[in-house]
Design a protein around this ligand. Structure first.
Ligand SMILES: Nc1nc2c(ncn2[C@@H]2O[C@H](COP(=O)(O)OP(=O)(O)OP(=O)(O)O)[C@@H](O)[C@H]2O)c(=O)[nH]1
Ligand SMILES: [Mg+2]
Length: 199
């Protein structure tokens, strides 16, 4: 069992990109996956947590990350950046392939400890967000709900937005909820606390 009190988060690199389980890393290291709509800020979340500008590729072009990207952290655990959902300009065939790839990872991967499910704090969750949350609940996968881009919401409105998000998702209050911003590093320590708790 690795000692996570000494996790060196600056010792991080992309390990590999996988389209399916034959390509996953073959060991027992715990993994935290990042799920969320295309462009919601998954890669930015990873970069923020690892204190890096561009380790995980971020882009203004949504739908670019089409493989599962595995990031090694200090040889003790991994982040898995999952391609975003809900991007309109993707063919039916691509969408189906994407669905199989995500489902296979989320339902079969023994290394998976929790999913950081990101939603955009500015808006109500989309139908896709609700579906993803229900999927994770159905398979009993621990969820850390991260409401990101909080820097774009005036602080006086945070509790109102939080209530709206939770209501729309049918949020299970045993899950973690974090208000986050990759730009201003809001919720950074809280996010690490929650993640470490699951490792
Ligand atoms: N204001 C603000 N912008 C953010 C934040 N997080 C991400 N962004 C911006 O949102 C855009 C998308 O961020 P990414 O991290 O690439 O999003 P992603 O979820 O990885 O997108 P895909 O890989 O396409 O699914 C970029 O322009 C980021 O700079 C945040 O906390 N605040
Ligand atoms: Mg990304």
């Amino acid at each position: 069992m690795a000692d996570f009190s000494y996790l060196n988060t600056h010792r991080a690199e992309i390990l590999l990109s996988a389209a399916g389980k034959s390509q996953y890393p073959q060991d027992a290291l715990p993994e935290i996956a990042l799920a969320g709509r295309s462009n919601v800020g998954k890669s930015s979340f990873i970069n923020c947590l690892l204190g890096r500008k561009n380790l995980a590729r971020t882009s203004s072009k949504p739908g670019k990350t089409q493989l599962l990207n595995f990031y090694n952290i200090d040889d003790k655990c991994r982040f898995v950046d999952v391609p975003g959902y809900g991007y309109a300009k993707v063919s039916k065939k691509e969408r189906a392939r994407w669905g199989r790839m995500i489902e296979e990872y989320l339902t079969e991967r023994e290394n998976l400890r929790a999913v950081v499910s990101l939603i955009d704090f500015r808006h109500d969750p989309t139908a896709d967000d609700v579906q993803m949350y229900e999927f994770l609940k159905y398979y009993d996968i621990p969820v850390i709900l991260v409401a990101t881009k909080a820097d774009k919401v005036p602080q006086g409105k945070w509790s109102k937005h939080e209530a709206a998000v939770k209501k729309k998702l049918g949020f299970d209050h045993t899950d973690d909820f974090i208000i986050f911003s990759a730009v201003k590093a809001i919720g950074l320590n809280e996010a690490w606390d929650m993640i470490l708790k699951h490792l």
